[in-house]
Design a protein around this ligand. Sequence first.
Ligand code: PMP
Length: 409
Amino acid sequence: MSNPYRKDFPLLNQKERSKPLIYLDNAATTQKPDAVLNAMEEYYKEYNANPYRGLYDISEKATEKYEEARRITAEFIHAKDSAEIIFTRNATESLNLIAYSFGRSFLKEGEEILIPISEHHSNLLPWQQLAREKKAVLNYLYLDESGNLSEEELEAKITEKTRIVAFAYVSNVLGTIYPVKEIVEKAHSVGAVTVVDCAQSIPHYPLDVEALGVDFAVFSGHKMLGPMGIGVLYGKKALLESMPPFLTGGEMIDFVSEQEATFAPLPQKFEAGTPNVGGAIGLMEAIAYIKDTGYDKIKAAEEELTAYALDRLRELSYVTIYGEKYLKENRSGVISFNVEGVHPHDVSSLLDADGVCIRAGHHCAQPLMHYMGVAATCRASFYFYNTKEDIDSFIESLKKVRRWLGIGN
Ligand code: PMP
């Protein structure tokens, strides 16, 4: 295989039931390079200790590395101050933190929260719960016929009552890339706060929170070569300072008496309990790997793979591709499709027999499925370590599905 990155990913070089593993479920989670695995192993083998409180060498080293990971993450997304980076478990926890802490403090009855219909449940349920609790209104931005978010829709839905606009940079179902800057500017023109879910964008595209002017941004380490269990919340300092803690307990306090407590400054105020030091170290290495590789190379490789996969899928008359009409520059390497007459779960299980891993289901986006009029889809998603050979294997396996089930070619 000509792909120069594959050698760095031990799992990709394994065989699945004696066949090569074809991993095309990168939107769910990505594989980990040796550099990430080794850095985490080194931490656990050589300086594993609870950070902050230990007055001994390995605890101090653990603290230093954890804080270095925070600085590296801040630089990576162009945050002004590393205190604006809060480590969480994942994007979901980051979004819940914002809804709980910002939303419950500042949203008022009758005000509006606006999200696109394509949102992942992680960026939908926290707002749905909040709206119910505060008697606020949860409104949706609907996609146009070609699956894009039109200017007219934005114009119509962002009103003087809009207080929060929360949206994914990239859709995990359709791969649509949303116009972040335009949405942020429009939201700010009515005084709304913006929350950008970067879970599906940061593995593939750079994030500059300053240039985009976003108020909050979230993502998960595991979708960008890092480990599971570490996530990031970026928030503008003034906003984070104005918000009450989310979880309370150890590590996040300043002073505690029998009936009262004062809280630590940022970022510790939002990091109750023992942090995931190994996870933060893994994330830091993942960032280093992405930087060394270069987002330009990642994007170019994925564009080529996606165009190739779309062409090959179009050859199959019984395959429906969702969001196919998107402008090329508006889509990432996520393709949702269905095979006529076959349930997506069966497609996925049959592909698995050939060692091909894709996703099938509602992709945690049931309102979008309902809007598109389908119960579920298959989803193939690529990363820069995939190859055209992976796509050929996927297509060859897909061609067998209807034959296997005896419903045609
Ligand atoms: N948002 C989007 C767009 C996602 O694709 C996902 C993961 N599928 C999430 C949020 C949630 O990520 P996590 O499960 O890591 O919290």
